[in-house]
Design a protein around this ligand. Structure first.
Ligand code: KIV
Length: 300
């Protein structure tokens, strides 16, 4: 049973937009999706937490992965600034620009019909002031058509989260290991151990009080993450944060085995896409060189 047809699912049916150009009507026009097709909203994620249910998030950076993950029922798609590493080939997430994030966001929102699409505010696009954060988020929502933004940082950014939510921008807070601060944090290190657990709880509470609809925790000990999940009323999402969070997220190239090299401990590979693609490319190359492709069935 699909989450949209399951009456017990926190992600329940939604009525069609009461005006002609709503998203539900548009999806009916282009893909045969019923006009009442549900969209995952932030309140569905809250309902999942309240019902003791879990949800899944994956990164996506292009229309096909967005479409595939959306159709697979993944509730939230993250246009992560990890596109910097995983698409653009940079060593860190720092170089990616807001303009680049908007292009990836537009591709993902073109492919996704049901999932909630969240985009990262990239490094340098929000730190100066709440006004800068609003201007950047408005661009992500207006030009990238995303539904929410994710922002790295602790309680210090509570005023920015408040300003964003008051401006109509749903905010997913990202605490724990925050890759944009890699050089401050001294590399990829687990955050929130020992006495720092309380700081993490305080950060999460401050961000939620400011309006964050969700708190993402990266590389946090499981007991600290469980304490944060218990301390806040909104759902938390974990990546390397144990199994107590309401949601989980992985970078899709890690999840699907497209990336090679040493994987972080928290990564589970559900496929070997690199091998599948390499085999297909090798066979194609061989068939071209031997004259097997194109055959008569591929010829006008
Ligand atoms: O950019 C990203 O992919 C992320 C995830 C690691 C959560 O922030």
């Amino acid at each position: 049973m699909s989450p949209t047809s399951n009456p017990d699912s926190p992600v329940s049916a939604e009525i069609a937009a009461p005006y002609g150009s709503g998203a539900a009507a548009r999806s009916a026009a282009i893909g045969g999706v019923p006009a009442t097709a549900a969209k995952v909203r932030t309140h569905h994620l809250l309902a999942a937490k309240q019902a003791g249910q879990k949800f899944a998030m994956l990164t996506a950076y292009d229309q096909y992965t967005a479409q595939i993950f959306d159709e697979a029922g993944i509730e939230v798609l993250l246009v992560g600034d990890s596109a910097s590493n995983n698409v653009l080939g940079n060593e860190t997430s720092l170089p990616i620009t807001l303009d680049e994030m908007i292009i990836f966001s537009r591709a993902v929102t073109a492919g996704a019909k049901r999932a909630l699409v969240v985009a990262d505010l990239p490094f340098g696009s929000y730190e100066q002031s709440p006004e800068q954060a609003i201007a950047s988020s408005v661009r992500l929502m207006k030009e990238g058509l995303v539904h929410a933004v994710k922002m790295e940082g602790g309680a210090y950014y509570a005023p920015t989260v408040r300003a964003l939510t008051q401006a109509g921008v749903p905010v997913m807070a990202h605490i724990g290991f925050t890759p944009q601060s890699e050089h401050m944090l001294g590399g990829y290190r687990v955050q929130g151990r020992g006495e720092m657990a309380q700081t993490m709880i305080d950060d999460a509470v401050a961000l939620v009080e400011a309006g964050a609809f969700c708190v993402l925790m990266e590389m946090v000990p499981a007991d600290t993450a469980a304490a944060v999940e218990a301390a806040v009323s909104v759902p938390t999402i974990g990546i390397g944060a144990g199994n107590s969070t309401t949601g989980q997220v992985l970078v899709w190239q890690d999840m699907a085995g497209l990336r090679t090299g040493k994987m972080a401990k928290f990564v589970k590979q559900y496929a070997q896409m690199r091998t599948i693609l390499a085999d297909a490319a090798r066979e194609y190359g061989e068939e071209v060189r031997s004259g097997v492709f194109p055959g008569p069935e591929h010829t006008f």
